[in-house]
Design a protein. Structure first.
Ligand SMILES: NC(=O)c1ccc[n+]([C@@H]2O[C@H](COP(=O)([O-])OP(=O)(O)OC[C@H]3O[C@@H](n4cnc5c(N)ncnc54)[C@H](OP(=O)(O)O)[C@@H]3O)[C@@H](O)[C@H]2O)c1
Length: 271
């Protein structure tokens, strides 16, 4: 139980902050009384207080003072000023976790000064429904304890893995941007079925459930997707005909290029 007895503070109570707190409370990893949130928007804080029964304040420094684990969940362009504001309160016994896209571990470490454990995370929007995919990277002062805390927090909002920071741009190109790729695939499948006469709501439900089911097959069997694909492909059958159309349209190379282009863009933006 890496989070037992730990107080968790959120700087920024926006969409991602709320999603993470919801996951932590739903899985019972922390009690509402152990969660602290600060935000510049008083109305937003009131909504969160009523919805989640957590402690709220307009004062970022009060959250850092109260918390053992501090999650920086503001937009990247305000991260530097928030870090400056809280810098003097950073302590080696606290863990600082940032989800601000493109803000590097060394930037955070240099703002906070001293041997402070820093963890950088790239989550994605399905955290909002408890099915996020997050990758977590450790700073030079972050030990096993901090990493276990971060993995527990992000596993409560989906699934989390540890990668070196040098791979976070690739993670951004895969799972960070990935939900948008999946929406395009779903939209296309739905449009294809509607064109042939299937009602839109039925097509939407079947397409989304098919994507969810296929993803679960990959995660739960741990088989390579190619093996699972071959299992549903009868020689001369319908799936083989559909797959040939995908090959003609170069779907595989298009998706591989999407990951590469998004990764390059992520590098440009943080570089
Ligand atoms: N959403 C995603 O899928 C996703 C994925 C990966 C990473 N991230 C990262 O997650 C972070 C949060 O994203 P989000 O979608 O949750 O953003 P968001 O909804 O805009 O939440 C940020 C919150 O912080 C508040 N805030 C602004 N300045 C502040 C300050 N000085 N002190 C305290 N709070 C302040 C904002 O208030 P105002 O709205 O009034 O400014 C807002 O309520 C971003 O850095 C983003 O890069 C998000």
């Amino acid at each position: 139980m890496p989070l037992k007895g730990q107080k968790i503070g959120f700087l920024g109570g926006g969409a991602m902050g709320e999603a993470l707190i919801t996951g932590l409370l739903r899985t019972g990893l922390v009690a509402p009384s152990e969660v602290y949130i600060s935000d510049v928007d008083a109305q937003r804080l009131e909504v969160l207080r009523q919805k989640l029964s957590v402690n709220t304040t307009a004062d970022n420094r009060a959250v850092v003072s109260a918390a053992d684990i501090v999650i920086i969940a503001v937009k990247p362009h305000v991260a530097a000023s928030v870090l400056k504001e809280i810098a003097a309160l950073a302590r080696p016994e606290k863990t600082f976790i940032s989800i601000a896209a493109g803000v590097t571990i060394s930037q955070i470490e240099s703002c906070l000064e001293g041997p402070v454990p820093v963890i950088r995370v790239m989550p994605n929007t399905p955290c909002l429904v408890g099915e996020g995919a997050s990758a977590v990277s450790a700073g030079k002062h972050a030990g096993e304890k901090s990493m276990k805390e971060a993995l527990a927090i992000f596993n409560s909002a989906g699934a989390a893995v540890e990668v070196p920071e040098s791979l976070l741009d690739c993670v951004t190109g895969l799972s960070g941007s990935g939900p948008a790729y999946m929406y395009v695939v779903l939209e296309s499948l739905i449009d294809g079925a509607v064109r042939l006469g299937l009602p839109g709501d039925i097509a939407r439900k079947l397409a989304a459930q098919t994507m969810l089911g296929a993803a679960k097959m990959v995660l739960e069997t741990t088989d390579h997707p190619a093996k699972l694909k071959n299992m549903v492909t009868t020689p001369g059958g319908t799936t083989a005909a559909g797959l040939f159309a995908l090959e003609e349209g170069a779907l595989r190379s298009v998706l591989m290029k999407a990951v590469a282009d998004a990764t390059r863009r992520s590098r440009e933006m943080s570089g």
